[in-house]
Design a protein around this ligand. Structure first.
Ligand code: ZN
Length: 291
């Protein structure tokens, strides 16, 4: 990993305007190695900026699926979250044509009933898509969503832990809205929330601050502002915590309390270990396309 990060340094891009409001004034928010998250002075959006070029990102993600698939304990916990995430969205829509953007090997889609859903997925990794197609009956598309024809007339387009990875999330959202039916739903979940309590306390020690892969830290309100312009309205939101296998209510609250006292006393995050899971850290939300 360290070698790759060193190599990627030569793929650093120029700083770009805020993805939400186009403003170009920022305040430094959190840093790791040579990457810096900047907070927009106008709208409060936090993004790692500058980030890598598309070429650099392609290089970073070329081994991603393999690394992720190997960790089996993590993948068991993730399965519990797939069920939570599926149950939540099925309160709003429970059948039809679905596209999972960043579907990987189709694991999340595998929790959707074959008789109720026409399952489609797009990802960059051919190996993972083979599994999605052969094992889980997903119709697959290989490529980047904004330049790939994935059909249209979707009842549901979903991104699970995905939107924060795109360098330009706006063209991704535009494409998602375009391919939805009128009244279709856009579902974003398992996405780290900017301006959350834990991110405000822990900054670069927040466990979701992994700036090589997580480029953008939206809030539900900022996403709603962006999506309203594209013809979507906010339907529901939720912040998962207690129902997740990661939560340990007593320990998490105790740690965050003790750390706040320590940070105040030491005026530094140096002796603080990374943040615990905490309410408000992860976004789960759904938007509906106007008729
Ligand atoms: Zn902004």
């Amino acid at each position: 990993m360290e070698k790759l990060l060193k190599e990627l340094e030569q793929y650093m891009d120029e700083q770009v305007p805020c993805v939400v409001c186009n403003n170009t004034e920022f305040t430094k928010w959190a840093s790791q190695d040579y990457l810096h998250a900047m907070k927009c002075d106008e709208c409060g959006m936090v993004s790692v900026n500058p980030h890598f070029t598309e070429e650099g990102l392609d290089k970073f993600y070329s081994g991603y699926y393999k690394n992720r698939a190997e960790d089996s304990e993590l993948s068991n916990l993730r399965k519990k979250m797939y069920v939570e995430d599926r149950n939540w969205i099925q309160n709003h829509v429970n059948s039809g044509k679905v596209l999972d953007v960043g579907c990987s090997d189709g694991s999340f889609l595998s929790f959707f009933d074959n008789n109720l859903w026409d399952k489609n997925g797009i990802d960059l990794t051919g190996d993972a898509l083979d599994i999605a197609r052969e094992k889980h009956g997903v119709s697959t598309y290989c490529g980047k969503i904004w330049e790939t024809d994935v059909g249209e007339g979707y009842d549901l387009v979903m991104m699970r832990g995905v939107i924060e990875h795109f360098k330009d999330p706006i063209i991704v959202l535009k494409k998602c809205v375009e391919i939805l039916k009128p009244n279709g739903l856009l579902y974003i979940t398992a996405t780290p929330a900017g301006n959350s309590f834990a991110f405000n306390v822990y900054r670069h020690k927040w466990r979701m601050f992994t700036p090589y892969e997580h480029i953008h830290f939206f809030t539900v309100d900022l996403l709603t502002n962006v999506l309203r312009e594209m013809g979507m309205s906010s339907l529901a939101r939720h912040y998962q915590y207690e129902e997740t296998p990661y939560a340990n209510i007593d320990n998490d609250y105790k740690k965050i309390r003790d750390d706040i006292i320590k940070i105040n006393k030491e005026k530094s995050l140096d002796s603080i270990t990374s943040s615990p899971p905490f309410p408000g850290s992860m976004i789960t939300a759904v938007w509906k396309k106007f008729e």
